[in-house]
Design a protein around this ligand. Structure first.
Ligand SMILES: *Cc1c(COP(=O)(O)O)cnc(C)c1O
Length: 473
């Protein structure tokens, strides 16, 4: 039995209190972000440390907001890897920014569901419009706009975008060839993100070919051609090719145009995974790397990596939206409505697996407006310039060697003394207040330095360079 009777329920809905707490929370976030440099990039935590600070049972009595705010400092922050830290050079960036944070808060404040156009028209129309803006901003084919045959939709992650593409392609292939999924083949690089293989398994494809790469970690078109020919000879059905524009390991770039031409001969679906590098395409000088996109059926890039918008915000474009909607649309009676029946509106629930969807476009819209296109371009160009300068310095260092090219803002290098020295170099850097990622490609160790945190300044990169110099001795 509760000690509180129904008419004594504390009013967690008090808007005056919400105002006061909300102002305090914004202050807390600003203090957190402003104070990151005084903390380690990754807090040292042993398994179970965080849970040990939590009470064994949920509180029976209401707690004040101050208690929760206090626990952010006592329990949460000491249990984090600080992805927004200016000395974060690990993985890829997971950028956030003040306008994105506020957009996220505003979306939560409205608490709407955008599954159908009619369940909140602004959610759908702003999303379509902002993604059409991005078609212009990134130089992808004009026909991908929602005003044309294609269209864009925001998904939770690039993995979801790729899984969705795999499901639609499987259905297209089945209708075209009559082949069962177990007989269908997916082709991608042995450097491709794990989401391609995982998505193929989830979608029920029988075979995944992880193709060998060249010295720059890109798949030569001839390797794709040979693999397809071998599978056709075995009686299998090639169904899906995924080209990477910027692999996760080293930002390698597969030949999209040649892949597209080969795929077209066999009626294969071409998907392009530019999860990280897609953001760079707002700067015209990088667009040669995505040459051939007009041959692609689908494409994904993450605004939540390198476009100043916090997770989750993954863009998925299709060249033709009909197969997508044909494959995913199932309309139960309780979701029927006049607007949908006329076919005049987009119902985004037919564009991905989940039904419910949040207002993700708001933060992206606010980021683009707050930075301005020129501001976003300057940000990307700044990161790339710092990465190129670091790469040139590594290249001239007697004990370091470039491991892979730096087309964007990822620098990959190793120690001339080999794998053990390279692993020791990464460990030594991570013990000195910066955070880099040790990795392996082609059987060799290397160090990944990814530049792109919102709060990383040139001085942080200079300090990193000095630490690399000391550690490489
Ligand atoms: C990061 C990354 C992904 C996965 O992105 P999520 O949004 O975390 O699913 C997929 N592909 C590439 C090339 C990536 O770099």
């Amino acid at each position: 039995m509760s000690d509180i009777t129904p008419n004594q329920v504390p009013d967690a809905r008090d808007l005056d209190e919400f105002r006061r707490n909300g102002y305090q929370l914004i202050d807390w976030i600003a203090d957190y972000l402003g104070g990151l440099e005084d903390r380690p990039v990754v807090e040292s935590v042993a398994p179970g440390d965080v849970r040990a600070k939590l009470p064994p049972h949920a509180p029976a009595a209401p707690e004040p907001f101050a208690a929760m705010l206090g626990d952010l400092d006592k329990i949460v922050v000491p249990g984090l890897a600080h992805w927004q830290h200016p000395n974060w050079f690990a993985y890829f960036p997971a950028m956030s920014s003040p306008p994105a944070i506020l957009g996220e808060l505003a979306a939560a404040g409205m608490g709407v569901q955008g599954m159908l156009w009619s369940t909140s028209p602004a959610v759908t129309e702003i999303e379509s419009h902002v993604l059409d803006w991005l078609v212009d901003l990134t130089g992808v084919p004009q026909s991908w706009k929602t005003t044309g045959p294609g269209g864009g939709v925001l998904q939770m992650s690039a993995s979801d975008s790729t899984h969705t593409a795999l499901v639609v392609a499987r259905e297209q292939c089945r209708r075209r060839t009559g082949a069962p999924a177990e007989q269908m083949v997916v082709y991608t690089s042995n450097q491709a993100h794990s989401s391609v293989e995982k998505g193929a398994n989830v979608a029920g494809y029988g075979h995944v070919r992880l193709l060998d790469v060249d010295n720059n970690f890109a798949v030569p078109a001839s390797a794709l051609e040979t693999a397809i020919a071998q599978d056709i000879a075995k009686g299998l059905t090639p169904a899906f090719v995924c080209a990477a524009v910027g692999t996760t390991g080293t930002t390698a770039i597969d030949p999209v145009r040649e892949f597209g031409e080969i795929a077209a001969i066999h009626g294969i679906w071409l998907h392009v995974d530019a999860a990280y590098a897609g953001a760079a395409m707002i700067c015209e000088e990088f667009r040669a790397y995505q040459d051939g996109l007009e041959l692609a059926h689908s494409y994904t890039f993450n605004a939540h990596k390198w476009l100043a918008t916090n997770f989750d915000c993954s863009i998925f474009w299709v060249a033709d939206r009909r197969p997508l909607i044909d494959t995913l649309s199932i309309v139960p009676p309780y979701l029927r409505n006049k607007a949908s029946d006329t076919g005049e509106v987009i119902d985004y629930r037919d564009w991905h697996v989940p039904l419910g969807r949040r207002f993700r476009a708001l933060k992206l819209w606010w980021v683009i407006r707050s930075f301005g296109v020129d501001g976003l371009k300057a940000m990307i160009r700044g990161h790339v310039a710092e990465a190129q300068a670091l790469q040139a310095w590594v290249d001239s260092h007697p004990r370091l060697e470039i491991f892979a090219p730096t087309p964007f803002a990822l620098v990959s290098f190793h120690h001339v003394d080999g794998d053990d020295a390279t692993a020791a170099l990464a460990d030594s850097l991570n013990a000195k207040g910066v955070y880099v990622t040790p990795s392996v490609a082609g059987g060799k160790n290397y160090v990944r330095v990814s530049i792109g945190s919102t709060w990383t300044e040139p001085a942080h990169v200079e300090r990193l360079r000095d630490l690399i110099d000391q550690s490489a001795n």
